[in-house]
Design a protein around this ligand. Structure first.
Ligand code: AMP
Length: 292
């Protein structure tokens, strides 16, 4: 496995791979890796000649300085995990390398952003768009792998690739969970023991919403939101940031019969904001399902 921290060297490598006719699978991460990230890597490994993983904590997508400065880091451990997973290149540029001077171009969204995390984290998806556009241009991936735990991000990347005609296939990967159902996240280490114990109830609340849809043919969006919210309020001490039920991937509130839907939740514990979701068809069956 090669570690690269300059854009120039990364570009040269990508060029070389393409000249050799090798496909490149790319996974973008902010490091402090867990089994969820490794699922993306494993899928990339299966489907491509070369696997590139980026580790870059992108300051542009953090709207709270405290979240950025306390974001967990362990590059050596990450590198060991990636080497063991058969990754070819880890690209870990510095902030100065990625943003050497005041930017002239800012990217923004006309849809898919005024809801969920886009509404509660102003500027977040602009930052995501900017860094991913740069990484896609530098790395030139054939396929790129994103986790559905961040389902709005998948919807935004889907739009980025389509709108800007990137010649990249987006592969969404189901959410990897702990054995008690909690969605894996680098931020879970910031939960206290008591918070960690009750946090699986976030997933249980989503499942309750799914069950409500499955057992009520004429369910409405408001009823689903109320049902999930109620369940959360009963069993989770964290402050609720949002509970919503929208079409997926367009993230619109008006749900038609043919639409796929997302039930999504974000909560704030003292030191960690956690998100989770389920993506369902109209009968309440999960569309993307991980291995149980
Ligand atoms: P992050 O390092 O949090 O930016 O995440 C990097 C990638 O890993 C993103 O595509 C995430 O959606 C994905 N990811 C994070 N947690 C999980 C999980 N529990 N299951 C599947 N993918 C995940």
């Amino acid at each position: 496995m090669i570690r690269i921290n300059t854009i120039k060297q990364m570009r040269e490598k990508s060029k070389e791979f393409h000249q050799n006719g090798q496909s490149i699978g790319f996974v973008a991460t902010m490091g402090y890796l867990h089994e969820g990230h490794l699922q993306l890597v494993n899928n990339a490994r299966k489907e491509n000649d070369i696997v590139v993983v980026s580790i870059f904590v992108n300051p542009l997508q953090f709207n709270q300085t405290s979240d950025l400065t306390s974001y967990p880091k362990d590059l050596e451990r990450d590198a060991e995990l990636l080497e063991a997973a058969g990754v070819d290149i880890v690209f870990h540029p510095t902030v100065e390398e990625m943003y050497p001077k005041q930017s002239v171009i800012q990217m923004s969204l006309l849809a898919r952003q005024d809801v969920l995390c886009g509404a509660s984290r102003p500027g977040h998806f602009e930052g995501v768009l900017k860094v991913l556009s740069k990484l896609f241009i530098i790395i030139q991936p054939t396929k790129t792998y994103f986790g559905l735990k961040d389902a709005q991000q998948v919807a935004v990347v889907d739009a980025l690739i389509e709108d800007l005609n990137y010649d990249i296939t987006l592969v969404p990967i189901p959410t990897e969970r702990e054995s008690d159902g909690l969605a894996m996240s680098s931020r879970n280490v910031r939960l206290s023991a008591a918070e960690r114990k009750e946090a699986p109830n976030i997933y249980q609340a989503l499942k309750a919403g799914q069950h409500f849809i499955q057992s009520n043919e004429s369910w409405s969006r408001d009823q689903v939101i109320d049902h999930v919210k109620h369940r959360l309020q009963e069993r989770v001490s964290a402050e609720i940031d949002y509970v919503d039920c929208l079409t997926y991937p367009d993230l619109l509130p008006l749900i038609k019969e043919s639409d796929s839907i997302i039930i999504a939740v974000a909560v704030h514990y003292k030191e960690a904001r956690l998100i989770d979701n389920l993506i369902l068809n109209q009968s309440g069956e999960e569309i993307y399902r991980g291995e149980e």
